[in-house]
Write a protein that binds this ligand. Sequence first.
Ligand code: SF4
Length: 267
Amino acid sequence: MPDEPDENISGGPGGGGREVAFDLSESETTRAAVVVDRLGDLYWRKAYGGQGGFECLVRTILSQNTSDKASQPAHDELMARFSGGDLAESLAAADREALVDAIRSAGLYNQKSKLIIGVAEEVLADFGSEADFDRYVRKADPAAVRERLLEMNGVGPKTADCVLLFAGGRGGVFPVDTHVHRIARRIGLAPADADHEGVREHLERDVPAEACGFGHTAMIQFGREYCTARKPACLDGPEACPMADVCAQVGVSPETGDVFDPADVRE
Ligand code: SF4
């Protein structure tokens, strides 16, 4: 993974969202619910929503294939130079070089600047303004919003789900990034060979709706601190990981020190 900050951008006291109470009821004792409840004990229990849909879309495009540490300054610089009025309007009319210059720290700036101008033009053409698009993200049927977002060039399932979660404030949306994809399959919350969409389907089926948002952000944090790609904590023994008693350790062998992608594990 690229260099990452100590704290997930949406976690902790400064990261936005609001605290929520989440009590694991007896009817919600799927392993996925237990894991997410424990992530809540370890980190935070938050509900999300309230960000502007278009700004969130731009932020998520900037964050593709890079770390929060690199994409946050790019987002801040973009906002400093292009916000003030209707963000979609200013980005649709943006000088490409000026946009590239603003977002350079996020990497892949040529590609990302093209995508951002493209989505800005599309939002203006189809919704009329940033505010109308934001309203659509908040109010329309979530499945329809997801489908519409996925039609945009450069918007994949993770980006669409992040917009639904952080801007739409929709419950039951569990975006799957590389950490979530790895950890859910290692623990055994999804089949070892599930792709990102397969993992999302399992998590959204098994995790209570109000816990999906912080399940996503806290699982990312857990992936940075404990269940890292190359050196999961349990290689040092079960006491090194707070999930050890609920984890199937698919692809992780503390006996030999081997770590495989769960999809490569032979029965
Ligand atoms: S026990 Fe190992 S594989 Fe399972 S969550 Fe912990 S670190 Fe990851």
